[in-house]
Ligand binder design. Sequence first.
Ligand SMILES: Nc1ncnc2c1ncn2[C@@H]1O[C@H](COP(=O)(O)OP(=O)(O)O)[C@@H](O)[C@H]1O
Ligand SMILES: [Mg+2]
Length: 230
Amino acid sequence: MLIEAAGLCAGYGDARVLHGVDLSVGEGEIVALLGRNGMGKTTTVKALMGLLPAMAGRIHMGGTDVTALPAHRRARLGLGLVPEGRRVFPTLTVEENLRATAVPGGRWSLPDVYALFPRLAERRSNFGNQLSGGEQQMLAIGRALLTDPRVLILDEATEGLAPVIRREIWATLARLKDEGQAILLADSRLQAILALADRAVILTKGEIAWTGATAALQADAELQRRHLAV
Ligand SMILES: Nc1ncnc2c1ncn2[C@@H]1O[C@H](COP(=O)(O)OP(=O)(O)O)[C@@H](O)[C@H]1O
Ligand SMILES: [Mg+2]
């Protein structure tokens, strides 16, 4: 597995939010981390990235136990994050935003990112705070790719975006999947995930309520109603 969490517990201050989450993403896989708002998706993402400490449990990347490693070390081992709310640098241009995260020798170059998102090429001299929400998300994805991630993690990839931009983002992720990119998608909505993800993990109140093949989730309307915003 490229990344594997076992019995992961994490939270804020004394408050535990995750109570033993098991989750893995393998080579070339797209895994969906689903659940209604407030169920612990972002907390899981932060704990995987090393942005929150694990209170219990282990996280492995390949054969390496990364549970005690800080975020920048895990990033270097191959975790790329597109965070909830995007967080592009507002006072840097598109090109400066991209250059800020690029690692030498990675699979992605700036021209590759501009080819993936032609709109970013047109906007390369604009500042982060001059971009639309969709352009910011393209920039956030481009930045994450330039860190050469073995696993790309997107937290609410299309939240707050217009339908046409949403479709464009999902289509781009489908292209990345075709190229073998492993992806973890944290999302509260099911619909777009169904076509994309191989497996799904559903969180309820920081615990795994269900896990299985996306096709099984697709076929189970009652399961969807119980746990998801459809
Ligand atoms: N910074 C924080 N401090 C304290 N509690 C938080 C913080 N962020 C999230 N929480 C709580 O943790 C729980 C899970 O939140 P979160 O992981 O953001 O859920 P999701 O991403 O599934 O919407 C919620 O009850 C939320 O209120
Ligand atoms: Mg969230």
